[in-house]
Structure formats: C-alpha cells, structure tokens
Design a protein around this ligand. Structure first.
Ligand code: ATP
Ligand code: MG
Length: 279
C-alpha cells in the first residue's frame, strides 16, 4: 500500500482496499508497476535536465548577444557626457552610432520574441495562395543595394522564370527568403552569384537558394540551424548577424509542416532548399 501511495499520481478512493487475491502473482504485478513508474520518472528527469541545460545556454547566449550593443551605446554616451557633446567632430557621429546600436538591440529582441512565440506554439500560419516567383523578385529588389555593395548578382535560375503558385504564409516566407538571400550575400565571394530556382515535385514546390560563396565545412553543417550558431562569429557579427536567421527560417518552414535542408562544400558554395505546398 505504501509503495502504491508513492508511485500513483492520483489519490486512490478512501474505501479502496488492497485486496489480496492469492491466485495471482501479486508481488510480480507490484514489481512491474514499480518498474514502469521508474522508467517514466527517469525519462521525465532526463527531459528536465536537458531543458535546464538548454535554458542556461539560451540565457547565456542572449546576454552575450545583448552585451555588445549595450556596451557600445554606453561608450558613445559616456564620451558625449564627458564633453564630447561640444566636439563638432564627433557629437553627431556618436549619436548616430549609438542609434545604430539601439536598432541592433531591437532587431535581436524582435528575433527572440519570434522564436519564443513559436516555441509556445503561438506562431500561427495564415496560408494564402501566391506566386512565389513574384515574392522572390520582391526579395531581390529589397536586397539590391546590399548585393551591389558586396558585388553579388541575384538571379532566377534559368528555366524557372514561370509563375509558380504555392499555399503558405506569404509574410513569413518573405522573412525566410530574406535571410537565405542575405546569407548568400554576406557569406558570398566577391563577384559571386546567388541563384533561386523552383522545382515542381508532385504535391510540393522545392525552392532552392544556391550561392558560389565560401561554403560551410561538413563538421558545421548539422548545426547551422541552431540558434546563435555561427561558424565564423567575428565575420558574422561584423555583418550584423546574431545567428538567429536560420533558426527562425527552420521554425517557419516546419510550422508549415514542410522541410528545410542544406548542402554545402567548403570553398565551392552552399544550397539551401525548402518545400512549400503547391497551390
Ligand atoms: P542573422 O541571420 O541572425 O542576422 P547569421 O546570418 O550569422 O545572423 P544565420 O542566418 O542563422 O545567422 O546563419 C548561421 C551561420 O551559418 C552564419 O553565421 C554563417 O556562418 C553560416 N552560413 C549561413 N548561410 C551561409 C551561406 N550561404 N554560406 C556560408 N555560410 C553560411
Ligand atoms: Mg542570417
């Protein structure tokens, strides 16, 4: 009875008595139930431990990411307070730099908010029918200047110029494409090219973003979708990256019940592909 009191999560009825039916293997049954309970409990403890590690890492990563812009802002403001505000050579420039770091803080917090909401299951997908070719053209347009500055050409793959209709959340897929194309520019090679192609695969359309940039070493490949994971963090941070883009992209694609994957070869280039439901 004491053992049952320990392992049962529900309280038994007050009038429930432990009946000893000696034709059955009573001890064997109790042992079986206890073992079952132990396995269940162990799994729960394992999961809690995993979550704790994860939470600790997450909090560590977040504070690390926020530190850089906060210290920058502090530095600029302190200089201004210490008299820099009267120095015509730096006052406006430092204010602008401080403002830029505030933008960076906002961008990180917005990304974190999106990830958190997704994990709480609050990222609802509002699927509509739209032309993915048109969306890609919009994405190319908005990244035109960044591409130009990095001397990267953005192209629709030859033979993929036809209108292709998908059923998905247009706004969120826009965000996925922005990150993939932005990555292809940031981690591209001077004079390189990014191609986007569409492939009809029966029930889904595969959207493929390929670049001929620096590529990703095989040992990093399985981890690039992890939040805050950056291969060359100094290069990435210089480009204003916090390593959340691909984690968000994966969340969004998976919230559509679709898949995203990556193929890459160091020094040759990288391809990200994801599927969307055909409309
Ligand atoms: P954020 O997207 O949050 O601004 P980020 O671009 O650094 O920052 P992700 O988009 O998640 O973060 O990418 C993670 C890492 O994967 C990058 O830091 C980069 O090292 C690597 N990576 C991503 N795309 C490419 C690519 N096309 N070619 C080479 N490396 C890439
Ligand atoms: Mg990115």
């Amino acid at each position: 009875k004491v053992i049952y009191k320990m392992i049962r999560s529900e309280k038994s009825q007050a009038n429930e008595r432990l009946e000893l039916n000696l034709t059955r293997d009573v001890i064997g049954e109790v042992e079986e139930e206890v073992l079952e309970w132990r396995d269940k409990e162990r799994k729960e403890i394992d999961q809690l431990k995993r979550m704790e590690t994860y939470r600790r890492e997450f909090v560590g990563n977040v504070s690390h990411e926020l530190k850089t812009p906060i210290f920058n802002i502090q530095g600029y403001l302190d200089t201004l307070i210490d008299g820099g505000v009267y120095d015509g050579n730096i006052n406006v420039a430092y204010l602008l730099k401080a403002a830029k770091n505030v933008d960076r803080l906002i961008a990180i917090v917005t990304d974190l908010d999106l990830i958190t909401r997704h994990e709480a299951g609050q990222l609802n997908i509002v699927a509509i029918r739209f032309n993915i070719l048109r969306l890609v053209e919009e994405v190319f347009e908005s990244l035109e200047i960044l591409a130009y500055e990095n001397n990267i050409q953005l192209k629709i793959k030859e033979g993929c110029e036809q209108n292709t209709y998908v059923s998905a959340d247009r706004e969120k897929i826009h965000q996925v494409l922005i990150n993939l194309v932005k990555n292809s520019i940031k981690y591209g090679q001077e004079g390189g090219t990014t191609w986007i192609g569409f492939y009809d695969m029966n029930k889904v359309v595969l959207i493929d973003v390929t670049d001929n940039g620096m590529g990703i070493d095989a040992k990093h490949l399985p981890r690039v979708f992890e939040r805050f994971y950056r291969i060359d963090s100094s290069r990435s941070r210089k480009q204003g990256g916090s390593g959340l883009g691909l984690a968000i992209a994966k969340h969004i694609v998976e919230a559509h019940n679709q898949k995203i994957h990556v193929r890459s070869k160091l020094g040759i280039g990288t391809s990200f592909g994801f599927t969307l439901k055909k409309a």
